[in-house]
Design a protein around this ligand. Structure first.
Ligand SMILES: [Zn+2]
Length: 528
């Protein structure tokens, strides 16, 4: 095992990732993500820039009480200012206040920035790097040096850019990180310049790439090939502008394709879970098409592909989905042919083969529902109910007896009031409820929950409606315009989507909502 090359993973989701548009983490969010990253097994967690805002300062204060098992927490900040020594610089003092054993200091490696942004001489900049690194090393800290704009610096003045690394190394930095801060460098240039840095350095060389040319992962891999052994990035590629290098792609590439070791054994299989967790805390909708971890990464649609994958997964999958904690999905559509039906039946522990008349009947049903405007690709839970009904595995949890919705606006500037009245029956026992809501779907959901509470209170409490989408569809049947609503619900284990179609938006919503609640209840009721 010892000759497997090792790469240190340095996560900056909590610092650079937080620069992404629409991303904001509270201290509590940051602590949650830090614990998750530690459990996953990254080597370093960059927690933030102490002193730059109260959240980061407070985060480091609270993180002192957290015991990390795999990762080392890192405070990030700049080199000292031009005027005073590092020992007297207030921002450097803040870095020390964070109380971490590792500190990352970024300095300028591009002469343009030295002159136009810092407005100091090239030598003064070198002295700022040397003094800051030496001061912190002298206090027993492990210091990582980030050479900001290193690659642009190389293009402008190669010797100077390399010189900034040399100064940091001589001052005691343990790792020299080459940053493609503007994200505009190509992999071939990254490889060449990284090789030069590796050649002149005795300490570890790292890479920090941004995704402005959609090359952050490729650039990271190019740097590793050229000798970098420390990789910085963020979960799901969160970050400023187009984001940082995506660790959820880099980690499996290093581990599964390059034979390198960067996380503890078994961690790669928890990658999808890590990706979803961070999106969940960041409150952003997961990107379905992310490689490795997106829900579409192992989704097969076209009939021939779905068929071949069922026979031998390697035909259309570059890795087995389980290796990154994902699952294969055969998208439900008449295009996918019998495979989608067979695949779903297998999930329900029913073994069918494609020649089975039940498969043909189900497929005919899918085709006719698609004509009406249904699409099950994004609504597997509704499809599961269709299959269960057809295979006799279905159990009705409630009957709708009727509903009425009133939407009222009492004058200009007044808010709309929505009220839903609903009648359902469970095993012949009727429940009649009235509820208000923010809009018709919300009001219906509230009324339904109220009605079902006394029958399924415990199970119902676990299910939450989390997203609602409406789309106008031109049905293949060519009738009047219809709307398709997709409802996403979730529980502590995951989410599921259901679909409803009608010419009436309220009815379409009701169908999706009824499926959603029914699916969730059946799941939690189990054999009850
Ligand atoms: Zn960055």
């Amino acid at each position: 095992m010892s000759d497997v090359p090792k790469i240190a993973i340095y996560d900056t989701t909590l610092r650079d990732g937080m620069q992404g548009e629409g991303i904001s983490f509270s201290e509590e969010d940051k602590l949650k993500i830090a614990r998750k990253l530690d459990g996953f097994g990254v080597a370093y967690i960059e927690g933030g820039w102490p002193g730059s805002n109260t959240t980061d300062t407070e985060f480091f204060r609270r993180a002192r009480d957290v015991k990390f098992n795999n990762a080392r927490l890192v405070a990030f900040g700049r080199t000292r200012g031009a005027k005073c020594p590092a020992a007297e610089d207030p921002l450097v003092a803040k870095l020390l206040d964070a109380g971490t054993s590792v500190i990352t200091v970024f300095g300028k490696s591009w002469d343009l920035h030295v002159r136009d942004v810092f407005r100091v001489t090239l030598d003064q900049n070198l002295e700022m790097i040397r003094d800051t690194v030496a001061y912190l090393v002298g206090l027993g800290k492990e210091v990582i040096f980030d050479g900001e704009h290193f690659f642009d610096g190389c293009k402008a003045d190669l010797q100077y850019a390399l010189g900034t690394l040399k100064v940091a190394e001589e001052a005691g930095a343990s790792c020299l990180v080459l940053c493609d801060t503007n994200g505009g460098t190509l992999p071939s240039d990254i490889a060449e310049m990284t090789a030069q840095a590796v050649k002149q350095s005795k300490v570890c060389v790292g890479i920090h790439a941004h995704n402005d040319s959609e090359l952050a992962v490729a650039n990271t891999i190019a740097a590793v090939r050229a000798g970098a052994t420390h990789v910085q990035g963020t979960v799901n590629g969160l970050g400023e502008r187009c984001g940082n290098a995506n660790l959820c792609s880099i980690i499996p590439v290093l581990e599964l394709k390059m034979g390198m070791s960067c996380v503890p054994e078994g961690a790669v299989a928890r990658l999808t879970e890590l990706s979803r967790y961070v999106d969940e805390v960041a409150n952003i909708v997961p990107n379905d098409t992310l490689p490795f971890v997106g829900v579409s990464a192992f989704a097969h649609k076209a009939g021939v592909h779905a068929d071949a994958v069922e026979k031998n997964p390697r035909t259309y999958e570059h890795i087995a989905p389980e290796t990154v904690g994902s699952v294969r999905r055969i998208l439900i559509s008449s295009y996918a042919g019998g495979s989608s039906v067979v695949h779903m039946a297998r999930r329900l522990d029913v073994d069918l083969n494609k020649q089975d008349p039940q498969v043909k009947a189900l497929l005919d049903q899918v085709i006719s529902l698609e004509r009406e405007g249904y699409s099950f690709e994004e609504a597997e839970a509704s499809f599961e109910l269709v299959v269960k009904k057809s295979l006799g595995l279905y159990r009705k949890v409630f009957d709708l007896r009727g509903f009425r919705i009133i939407v009222e606006k009492r004058g200009p500037g007044e808010e709309c009031i929505t009220e839903a009245t609903l009648k359902v029956a469970v095993d012949g026992v009727e429940a009649f409820t009235v509820a208000e809501g923010d809009g018709p779907v919300h009001a219906l959901d509230n009324a339904l929950r109220l009605a079902l509470e006394r029958f399924y209170g415990e199970e119902l409490a676990k299910i939450k409606l989390s997203d609602f989408k409406v789309r106008v569809v031109n049905t293949r049947a060519g009738t009047a315009a219809k709307v398709r609503t997709i409802i996403e619900s979730r529980d502590s284990e995951g989410s599921w989507n259901t679909v409803g179609v009608s010419e009436n938006i309220i009815e379409a919503s009701w169908k999706a909502l009824a499926d959603s609640v029914e699916y969730g209840l059946l799941k939690h009721l189990g054999g009850k």
